[in-house]
Design a protein around this ligand. Structure first.
Ligand SMILES: NC(=O)c1ccc[n+]([C@@H]2O[C@H](COP(=O)([O-])OP(=O)(O)OC[C@H]3O[C@@H](n4cnc5c(N)ncnc54)[C@H](OP(=O)(O)O)[C@@H]3O)[C@@H](O)[C@H]2O)c1
Length: 247
C-alpha cells in the first residue's frame, strides 16, 4: 500500500487531499498543528499526527512516527494581504517561516528517508500568484515564488535518487479557511493612503466568478504524484489553469 504524509490537513486543500488519498486506498499520514480526529471517518489507513512546520522537533517527531513514506506533500501555508509599507517585520517572518522555510524544513526531513528507499515524490503547494501578479500580496507572493524556484532546482538533484519534486499551484479558493485564518494577521495593513486602491482590489476579489475547489487541488496533487512525463508545475482549479494557459 502506498503512503503519503500531508501537512496542514485541518482544513481546506490539505483536508481534501488527505480524504482523496484515503478514498483511493492509500495509507495517509494527515498532519496538523492540533490533530482533530473528527475530521475523518475512522480508517485503519489513516494516521493523524501533530506537525508544526515552523518547529524542527515537531517535524522530526512526525516523520519518526510516520514510518516509511512514498510521498510527502507540503500544503501548510498562511496568507496575508495588505500594503507592504504597513506590514510588520514579524508578519513577514511569520509568512516566510511557514510558507517558505517550513516547506524547506519538511523537505530536508523527507529527502534522506526517500533517498534511502530510492524512490518517492515531494509535492510543494504554492499558488497561482506564481503565474500572474496579484496586488497587495507582495510578501505572500514572494514566499510562494521562493518555493517555486526552490522546487524547480531541487528536482534536478533529487532525480538521480528516484525522487520526483513537483509543484501544485492552486487558484483562489474562497471556501477554505485561508481568509479566516489570516484575518487577524491582516488587520491594519491598509493605511489611508492605500484605501482607494485597496477598495478596488477587494471589490475585484469579491467579484471573481471562476475559482478553485478543494477537490481541484486534491486531484492536482494526485496527478502530480502519478506523473511520469517530467511535468513540474500542476495548476489546480479553473482559474489557475486559465492563468497557466495564458502564459
Ligand atoms: N485558499 C486560497 O485562495 C489559496 C490559493 C492558492 C494557494 N493556497 C495555498 O494552499 C495551501 C492550503 O491553503 P487553504 O486554502 O487550504 O487554507 P487553510 O484552510 O487555511 O489551510 C491551511 C492549513 O495550513 C495549516 N497551517 C498553518 N500554519 C501551519 C504551521 N505552522 N504548521 C502546520 N500547519 C500549518 C493550517 O492549520 P491550523 O489549523 O493549525 O491553522 C491549515 O490546516 C496553502 O499553502 C495556501 O498558501 C491557498
Amino acid at each position: 500500500m502506498k503512503s503519503i504524509l500531508i501537512t496542514g490537513c485541518s482544513s481546506g486543500y490539505g483536508l481534501a487531499t488527505a480524504r482523496h488519498f484515503v478514498a483511493h486506498g492509500w495509507r495517509v499520514v494527515a498532519t496538523m498543528r492540533s490533530p482533530k480526529p473528527d475530521l475523518f471517518p475512522a480508517s485503519p489507513n489513516l494516521q493523524l499526527l501533530p506537525l508544526d512546520v515552523t518547529d524542527a522537533n515537531s517535524i522530526h517527531a512526525a516523520f519518526d512516527a510516520a514510518g516509511e513514506l512514498d510521498v510527502v506533500v507540503n500544503n501548510a501555508g498562511i496568507g496575508v494581504v495588505g500594503a507592504f509599507e504597513a506590514m510588520p517585520a514579524a508578519t513577514v517572518d511569520e509568512v516566510f517561516n511557514t510558507n517558505t522555510f517550513g516547506t524547506m524544513a519538511v523537505c530536508q526531513a523527507a529527502i534522506p528517508r526517500l533517498r534511502a528507499r530510492g524512490a518517492g515524490v515531494l509535492v510543494n503547494v504554492t499558488s497561482s500568484v506564481t503565474l500572474a501578479r496579484m496586488p497587495l500580496a507582495a510578501v505572500y507572493s514572494a514566499s510562494k515564488a521562493a518555493v517555486d524556484a526552490f522546487t524547480a532546482s531541487l528536482a534536478f538533484e533529487l532525480e538521480p535518487f528516484g525522487i520526483r519534486a513537483k509543484l501544485v499551484l492552486p487558484g483562489y479558493g474562497p471556501t477554505t479557511a485561508f481568509a479566516a485564518n489570516g484575518g487577524e494577521r491582516m488587520q491594519g495593513l491598509v493605511p489611508p493612503a492605500y484605501a482607494a486602491f485597496a477598495e478596488k482590489v477587494f471589490a475585484q476579489f469579491a467579484n471573481v466568478s471562476v475559482t478553485t475547489r478543494e477537490t481541484d487541488v486534491a486531484e492536482a496533487v494526485w496527478r502530480a504524484v502519478h506523473d511520469t512525463t517530467g511535468q513540474l508545475r500542476f495548476p489546480a482549479g479553473a482559474d489557475a489553469v486559465a492563468l497557466a494557459q495564458g502564459r
